[in-house]
Design a protein around this ligand. Structure first.
Ligand code: MN
Length: 719
């Protein structure tokens, strides 16, 4: 078992500036915190984080990553808190350990087996610092190395399968090929030991039989390069057992038929020499068509650089050859870690910039254009920051755009769930429907049969699906409102002209207007597409309008529309959707309690005026546009309205503050204020105040009138 001294020694091989105290105190801390805990194998628990740190030291990782590895299980499995870690090791380490713990928690959630890809994305999205993911992969590698300590075969299988589905692709994505291959082999050994064994046997047989061939090939290649004056290191490399197994499955071939189980690698000093070496190889042996790839001029998005070719080799055997520089080779084996190892320390910039450069460069690499034939599109770490991955109660992993809310989640599950949702639980806690979801949250939607989508949802949802369903619902509901409105308007004209309303006579003109049902006609009248009087004229083309002369003043008009009976009672404006079909006139600012009248405006719906508003005179000639409306039942949901006052006060210190104090003391809120006139002695203002109703506004007026320095206060009638 490795002790902290070996660890420090190992790190010193690539980091001569290391202050061993940091590593040692992390070691002592982990040992103390995990005291009394043991692994399934019976070993003291603290040996595990130390081994994980050792794996990362082999990758030449920075000290922060290694300290994180030593502490990686303390938050999850011991009494240590984030604050403890922050105090003892600083914020950076505390954040990193916290990041690893979050991944560990996510890992333990049950989820659907088929959702590996989403789960990988979730892990990437949660690893805001790539070092978090690297520690997690090293953690998994050590757990796989010691998996025999778990006695239950079923559990070993589950962990191995998860390793293949989740962690192997992640290791590959960030370029940790050595870790990827070892994880693969360890999982293979658990899941299919017989196949692995037989491939091993076959390989040793070939090795014994064909060792001459490999040696011959290497020798011949070496001779070739010597004669051309290029210094090259040539390695014959066996493919891994798992990759051979996969190829056997993919191509459905028997082991004997697999020709290229050996790969040769030619390592040179510079990129130029790579192309020279390629020329030498292609000059000496016939190349196999379609097998040439140049990842030096166009590296893979994860940074992989190499030339691949396959030739009919010295002994007329197909051999796969990779040509690359030593540096490219290290990068291919160690990925991110090598990238860091090469770049760090060579640049004389500040310590912090240096520390994070490799991370930035990795992101740069990942953001580069991608070769379409590769599966690398999803490697962009930042890509995953645009998304959020959350669990359903059953463990389904749902992908949503970042900023998504429980309503988006509900619609993602099913449109019915969205339409009927009344609330949500996030991680078992009731949460508002506009809450922003976080990675790894578990969401439960609460539905009610009587619920319908609320127009306010549209303000916070982010998915197109949710938005389009909400809009569709509102459109339908709006149509219902327009139907009620349009029908009432038509009924009114019938009455004015002395007819009793009759649905049948309306349906007679459907064809003429190219509409399907009476409701279409009403909806068109209500929304202002059709004029009610035109419809009436179409129904009774020969009718002579009774009302020839319109009342000339607003008050007369009001008297005319006022007489009511049951059939055309005022339409409660509460029944119309606020802000959609109904507007409050800015000239008179009607308040609940005022007597009001509605004016239908083409394409805009209804505008509400006070019955004594002077603007109404403008509409004296079009009585069909007048609509009896009432405030409806105002008992529920107090809504505030804007009332406008004309105020004149004396030009004295404190007058303005007297005014605003009285207004706010009486529960009014000034929303707009305009000076309409000023003289040496007086100021005249127009003041808009949020109030509940007329009574409320009248109270404020009375209070203002009783206030010192106020000269004149009244409601603004028209302007
Ligand atoms: Mn662990």
């Amino acid at each position: 078992m490795i002790e902290q001294y070996d660890l420090v020694k190992q790190i010193k091989t690539y980091n001569s500036d290391l202050q061993p105290g940091f590593i040692e105190s992390a070691y002592q801390y982990a040992k103390k915190m995990h005291e009394g805990q043991f692994r399934s194998s019976g070993e003291p628990y603290y040996t595990h984080p130390i081994e994980v740190a050792n794996i990362l030291a082999d990758l030449k990782m920075d000290v922060g990553t290694i300290v994180t590895a030593i502490l990686h299980d303390t938050l999850e499995d011991t009494d240590a808190t984030y604050e403890d870690l922050k105090n003892a090791f600083g914020k950076e380490i505390a954040d990193l350990v916290n990041g690893v713990s979050k991944l560990t928690q996510i890992e333990s959630k049950n989820r659907e087996d088929k959702q590996a890809e989403n789960f990988r994305k979730l892990l990437l999205a949660m690893s805001e610092d790539i070092r978090v993911l690297i520690v997690k992969l090293a953690d998994r590698l050590h757990n796989m190395r010691t998996i025999e300590g778990i006695s239950l075969e079923k559990k070993r299988h589950r962990i191995s399968l998860e390793t293949l589905e989740i962690y192997v692709p992640l290791a590959e994505r960030i370029g940790l090929h050595k870790i990827k291959e070892e994880l693969e082999d360890l999982a293979f050994n658990q899941l299919n030991p017989e196949a692995r064994e037989s491939i091993s046997n076959r390989l040793s047989f070939l090795r014994a039989e064909g060792s001459n061939i490999v040696k011959t090939i290497i020798k011949e290649l070496e001779k070739l390069f010597n004669s051309e004056g290029i210094k090259a290191e040539i390695i014959g490399r066996e493919k891994t057992r798992y990759s051979i197994w996969k190829k056997m499955q993919r191509k459905n071939v028997a082991f004997e038929q697999l020709s290229d189980i050996m790969a040769f690698r030619i390592l040179v000093d510079t990129s130029d020499e790579c192309y020279k070496a390629l020329g030498i190889i292609h000059g000496a042996y016939p190349s196999v068509p379609g097998r040439f790839k140049d990842y030096i001029s166009t590296p893979k998005p994860n940074g992989y650089s190499s030339i691949h070719t396959t030739v009919m080799g010295p002994s007329r055997q197909r051999i796969e050859i990779q040509i690359r520089t030593h540096k490219m080779n290290d990068q291919a084996d160690l990925g991110v870690a090598a990238h860091w190892a090469y770049k760090d320390g060579k640049d004389p910039s500040t310590k912090d910039a240096k520390k994070y450069r490799w991370l930035r460069e990795l992101l740069d690499i990942l953001e580069q254009e991608q070769a379409p034939e590769d599966f690398w599109e999803n490697t962009k770490l930042e890509l995953f920051q645009d998304q959020v991955y959350v669990f359903s109660p059953k463990g389904d992993l749902i992908e949503l755009p970042s900023g998504a809310t429980p309503v988006d989640f509900a619609y993602a599950i099913h449109s019915d769930v969205g339409d009927k949702c009344v609330g949500a639980k996030i991680n078992s806690r009731i949460a508002p429907l506009n809450s922003r979801l976080s990675n790894g949250d578990q969401i439960e939607v609460i539905t009610s049969k009587t619920q319908t989508p609320s127009p306010t949802w549209e303000r916070f949802v982010v998915t197109g699906k949710a938005r389009s369903h909400i809009r569709k619902f509102i459109r339908n509901q709006q149509r219902d409102e327009y139907i009620i409105l349009g029908k009432a308007m038509l009924q009114k004209i019938f009455k004015q002209e002395g007819y009793s309303f009759n649905e049948k006579t309306v349906s007679n003109i459907l064809e003429q207007f190219k509409l399907n049902e009476n409701n279409d006609i009403y909806a068109n009248i209500g929304s202002g597409i059709l004029i009610a009087r035109d419809v009436f004229k179409a129904i009774f083309p020969d009718h002579e309008t009774k009302i020839a002369k319109r009342p000339s003043t607003a008050m007369d008009q009001a008297v005319m529309v006022k007489p009511l009976n049951d059939s055309d009672a005022p339409i409660p404006i509460k029944g119309l959707i606020p802000g959609m079909a109904v507007h409050f006139a800015r000239c008179c600012h009607p308040l609940p309690g005022d007597r009001i009248v509605g004016i239908v405006t083409t394409g805009k719906g209804v505008t509400i005026h006070t019955i004594d508003c002077e603007t109404l005179e403008t509409f004296a000639d079009t009585p069909e546009r007048w609509l009896d409306v009432s405030w409806g039942d105002d008992s529920d949901s107090p809504q505030s309205h804007v009332g406008r006052l004309e105020i004149t006060f004396q030009n004295e210190p404190g007058a303005l503050s007297n005014m605003s104090t009285v207004i706010s003391k009486n529960g009014g809120n000034i929303v707009n204020l305009k000076v309409t006139n000023r003289s040496i002695d007086f100021w005249e203002l127009s003041v808009d105040i949020n109030v509940d109703d007329t009574k409320h506004l009248n109270n404020i007026i009375a209070a203002l009138r009783a206030t010192p320095l106020m000269s004149y206060i009244d409601r603004s009638r028209s302007r």
